[in-house]
Design a protein around this ligand. Structure first.
Ligand code: SF4
Length: 281
């Protein structure tokens, strides 16, 4: 059995920073709220919850005058405003790359209609849109262009500025931009804000999946960047498995002669990949 683990597999810098800072903060505080899952990985969440982190789904669940983590995806503007009202001290771990997109948008939003290409229900895109004001739209599929046009016309803006969710599929972004260009007149500025960590991981996944018999993608079921790795792998490899940890692998039959590629999403700790490799060995 030949096993190749992708070099770009596992925690990205943004997630690593988030987990390190949360750990540091929990060394000094008995209890800190975290709004939403800190990363899409059950083991990481469990470890931090044992140290005193409490995951909540709404800021209303946090007590006034408490401390709360904003995870790497960032949050909607309303959450920051509400935290002020409730005197909640924020540990804002929004990734710098996502903060940079907010700044770019701020510089353009007076003159441009903003299109964010990404998943409609994803916390990152919803957060970014909340800083873009009402003249903005999250576009996920070509079918959304019709609705987007309606909002664009109502905005009375003549120019369009396009950004991307940091973990979006690069090829799909390019295709959607082409479709938008066909439908919208006037100036369109395209800023492909897909993060390098995502881009490199997607490229390596593509190459690896072309050269193996079985591709194993490791990551949380809710992880957007992990799902994209599965989609890319399926374009080139017939046997693709998306698993969360070594337990999921135990039901899968793999030939001893198979060439196996392993790639983990941005929220998967190194230990999970090591356990998978040991099991396969
Ligand atoms: S994938 Fe990129 S943008 Fe997202 S948290 Fe990681 S480093 Fe930041």
């Amino acid at each position: 059995m030949e096993i190749t683990v992708g070099k770009t597999s596992g925690f990205c810098n943004g997630v690593r920073y988030t987990v390190e800072e949360a750990n540091k903060a929990l060394d000094e505080n008995k209890m800190i709220y975290c709004l939403g899952e800190i990363v899409h990985n059950e083991r990481v969440i469990e470890d931090l919850e044992k140290k005193g982190m409490k995951t909540i789904s709404s800021i209303e669940e946090a007590e006034d005058h408490s401390k709360m983590i904003i995870r790497a995806h960032g949050e909607r503007k309303e959450v920051y405003d509400r935290a002020k009202q409730k005197n909640i001290q924020l540990l804002d771990l929004t990734c710098g790359k996502i903060k940079a997109i907010r700044v770019k948008i701020k510089n353009k939003m007076n003159d441009y209609f903003i299109i964010i290409i990404g998943k409609k229900e994803h916390p990152e895109t919803l957060g970014v849109q909340s800083f873009a004001g009402k003249d903005s739209f999250i576009l996920e599929n070509v079918e959304d262009i019709k609705d987007c046009k309606k909002f664009y016309q109502e905005s009375k803006k003549e120019k369009i500025y396009i950004v991307s969710q940091t973990t979006f599929n690069g090829d799909k972004f390019d295709q959607l931009v082409e479709e938008i260009k066909k439908e919208f007149p006037g100036e369109i500025v395209v800023d492909k804000t897909i993060c390098d960590a995502t881009k490199n991981r997607q490229e390596e996944t593509r190459e690896l999946s072309k050269n193996v018999d079985v591709m194993i993608i490791v990551g949380g079921k809710k992880s957007s960047n992990t799902k994209e790795l599965e989609v890319i792998s399926k374009e080139h490899c017939k046997n693709v498995y998306l698993i969360q940890d070594v337990e999921d692998l135990k039901d899968i039959q793999i030939s001893k002669d198979a060439k196996i590629g392993i790639m983990a999403g941005a929220s998967t700790p190194e230990i999970v990949v090591k356990e998978i490799v040991n099991y396969l060995d």
